[in-house]
Design a protein around this ligand. Structure first.
Ligand code: GDP
Ligand code: MG
Length: 740
């Protein structure tokens, strides 16, 4: 049986030495067709195999900048060797891994010869070969090419790979949010039109477009010029964006992330050097402190706390301005429109609903700014790196950390891209466990609910409560993941390497753009999806309204009040302009009429479609302390979590105790009987854990490939949330804490 094996590696890594060791005299030398690069071929016999061995030219990378690189690449795709042996200089491991990572990305079948192990030993470098092999997912054999040591082991490892046949490995490096997203889009276009996919892997082609690879660009233009142009346009777009926000080109970003991947391998104890590391870069120095076993977590918690403190402190004033603005807007509409459905729709449905969501724009903006700072500087990647150790205990992965963070693990993300971010997870079980638990994170839509409840009931310790909420959601997510991993999605953990790119100093412009983009997403959603749902919910809370007999009853009550007060008082109320004080009697009448109006509004809300639903649920929800109005909001929250806040706004403004005075929702809640800090806490817990919003469920179905998991997440999460909220409320009530 014949097999073709290619020897590849950096210049001077020992390829030719190994080649000579293997082939002895059975070799011939020529040139690669068309180029002056030397071509050496020879044969080696092993257990009945006739191995044709090719010594590829030495390269540091697989771009198309030099003849050597092109020869190597072309050889791999046109000759389809059964195996590539990548020869690494063990005394210079980090640098040599750069090429290895690119072979892995190309998806060629390969193993690694860790050569010059003698040189490495002399320098006091100790390499954990087994660990390296596990992390990379391919066999690694240490060799000394000059003496032929390790040759046998290497060839038997090689033969085994060849025997097993070409298996599709999926090796992916994350290139940061922007590039990852562009890669996915491009990959889809490439797959859809089978663009060069006979020869290359779709993701690899997309990557080469991003790297501005001349050879692939040229081939692409010949093959399908319109698609190629489209891909180039996508590249231009993301390039411009990267340049504006991070001041970096895609090529540089890609190189950084590859080194970041290698950096992370090195930091997982693959290499030990006796005389200490010879050279420490700035990033390494920072990492020594920031990812330290003891200091790291303390720094991480402090940074989170600082972020929340910063957000709540500085957003407080602007949030109040926004609230006042929407209150004023409501008053203006109220004085200019006559009573009726239109007025109610605009005030309660539109202003109360969308205004409630938009009111939190300043808070969201400050939070996004802080997160952009952490992300752009490279700190977030360290968070993921540190948490990897913890995540393994719960049957998850370092990549899960990133998915959690995207979903709002720190605050203000979204579970939809979070579910998509799980695509970087290779093991299907870990992926499933991750995508089922990302909805527990505190997405941007849940944030305003927490902010509202914290401001209303826990105003003294805002940042600390926010930190507790974050910790609860993570603890819950991890415990559920563990539960899933030991029951319905059992399986071994898979090895994993997280990219640790160098630290960068973020630019203010870049931060501003990132903050604005995300804030704008939030505003846009409030103005479209949330507006639509708000109106539907308003209708459900308004119709069918009160029966005529009931309306008449309230009218009679008004009349009785008026008659008993006498015409003089009525006259005073009608002509009153607001400049002068009302007489005691007139004020009395006004208050009593307001009470009747609010009773009528509440009666009408109770009689509405949504009200009846809320009331029907009350007999169960009261275990957790939720009244029927909250139930309406929570049911609405399934459509989109923003709706919780907007519906609470509508529900409480429809039945407001004193409709003349427009007070903020948080003020209203504090005054409403039945509400207490304990109820607020119970509601916070329920909001963290209950069913993901509709769009997220759809994403879960799509990404897991089964309706089963979508339904599971609705039923399981809601049950869990209700159990936890009930527990909190009941224990709190029995112990009499938090006003319960
Ligand atoms: P190539 O450029 O990858 O083909 O590397 P060569 O095979 O030409 O080797 C470069 C130099 O490293 C030569 O002087 C080799 O003798 C030496 N060399 C190769 N492998 C080893 C090894 O495992 N240990 C030591 N000490 N030297 C080696
Ligand atoms: Mg050579």
């Amino acid at each position: 049986m014949d097999a073709k094996i290619a020897l590849a590696g950096n210049p001077n890594s020992g390829k030719t030495s190994l080649f000579n060791e293997l082939t002895g005299a059975r070799q011939h030398v020529g040139n690669y067709p068309g180029v002056t690069v030397e071509k050496k071929e020879g044969t080696y016999f092993y257990n009945g195999y006739r191995m044709c061995i090719v010594d590829l030219p030495g390269t540091y990378s697989l771009t198309a900048y030099s003849e050597e690189e092109i020869v190597t690449r072309d050889f791999l795709v046109t000759e389809n060797p059964d195996l590539v042996i990548d020869i690494l200089d063990a005394s210079n491991l980090e640098r040599n891994l750069y090429l290895a990572v690119q072979f892995l990305e190309m998806g060629v079948p390969m193993c690694i010869a860790l050569n010059m192990i003698d040189v490495a030993e002399n320098r006091g470098i100790e390499i954990n070969v087994k660990k390296l092999s596990v992390l990379l997912g391919i066999p690694v054999v240490s060799t000394i090419a000059r003496t032929g040591e390790g040759k046998k082991d290497l060839i038997s490892a090689a033969a085994q790979i060849i025997r097993e046949g070409k298996q599709k490995r999926s090796f992916k490096i994350s290139y940061g949010d922007d590039l990852d997203e562009a890669l996915l889009e491009m990959e889809k276009e490439i797959m859809d039109s089978n663009f060069l996919t006979d020869t290359y892997d779709a993701r690899w082609i997309a990557l080469k477009y991003l790297e501005n690879d001349k050879q692939i660009l040229l081939k692409g233009q010949e093959n399908n010029s319109s698609l190629s142009a489209r891909l180039e346009k996508m590249v231009d777009k993301v390039s411009l964006h990267l340049e504006k926000t991070l001041n970096i080109y895609p090529e540089a970003m890609i190189a950084d992330q590859r080194y970041g991947y290698i950096n992370s391998i090195m930091k997982q104890g693959v290499m030990r050097q006796e005389h200490g590391q010879s050279r420490l870069y700035m990033s390494d120095k920072i990492d020594k402190i920031v990812t330290n076993r003891f200091l790291g977590p303390i720094i991480m918690i402090s940074i989170l706390m600082a972020l929340y403190q910063f957000t709540f402190t500085y957003s407080e004033a602007p949030v109040v301005w926004f609230e006042r603005f929407f209150g004023w807007l409501g008053d203006v509409v109220s004085t200019h429109l006559s009573d009726g459905f239109l007025k109610s729709l605009i005030i309660s449905g539109v202003i109360g609903g969308v205004g409630g969501v938009l009111g939190f724009v300043p808070l969201i903006m400050f939070m996004f700014f802080g997160i952009a700072l952490l992300e752009d500087s490279g700190y977030l990647a360290r968070v993921a790196f540190m948490l990897d150790r913890v995540f393994r205990i719960f049957g998850l992965h370092g990549s899960s950390v990133m998915a959690y963070i995207v979903s709002g693990g720190i605050a203000g993300g979204c579970a939809v891209p979070g579910v998509m971010a799980t695509r970087t997870l290779k093991s299907p079980r870990e992926r499933l466990a991750t995508l089922l638990t990302v909805p527990f994170m505190n997405c941007g839509a849940k944030l305003p609910i927490f902010a509202l409840l914290i401001a209303a009931f826990f105003a003294k310790n805002e940042a600390a409560i926010m930190l507790v909420i974050t910790l609860i959601s993570w603890a819950g997510a991890l415990l559920v993941a563990k539960l899933l991993r030991i029951t319905i999605i059992k399986g071994e953990p898979s090895p994993f390497v997280m990219e640790l790119p160098p630290y960068r100093l973020p630019t203010f412009k870049g931060l501003a753009i990132h903050t604005w983009e995300r804030t704008w997403q939030y505003v846009k959603k409030a103005g479209t999806v949330i507006l639509g749902i708000s109106i539907i919910l308003w209708a459900m809370m308004t119709f069918p309204g009160l029966p005529d007999s009931k309306v008449q009853e309230f009218e009679n009550m008004r009349e009785i009040e008026k008659v008993t007060s006498g015409t003089a008082v009525i006259q005073e109320l009608q002509t009153h302009s607001g400049d002068t004080e009302l007489s005691g009697e007139a004020r009395n009448l006004k208050d009593r009429l307001a009470v009747i109006a609010s009773q009528k509004a509440e009666e009408s809300l109770r009689n509405s479609i949504a009200g009846r639903m809320g009331i029907a649920l009350e007999s169960i929800s009261e275990w957790a302390g939720f009244d029927w109005r909250t139930n309406i909001a929570l049911v609405g929250g399934f459509a989109a979590k923003e709706v919780i806040i907007s519906t609470l706004g509508t529900a409480y403004s429809l039945g407001e105790l004193d409709p003349e005075k427009s007070e903020s929702l948080s003020e209203t809640l504090v005054k409403t009987p039945g509400w207490s800090p304990l109820v607020a806490l119970s509601l916070i817990i329920f909001t963290i854990f209950y069913a993901p919003c509709f769009i997220t469920v759809i994403m879960i179905v799509k990404e897991s490939g089964s309706w089963k998991w979508g339904i599971f997440s609705i039923v399981f999460n809601t049950t869990l949330a209700f159990a936890l909220a009930t527990l909190v409320f009941q224990v709190g009530s029995v112990m009499g804490i938090l006003g319960g």
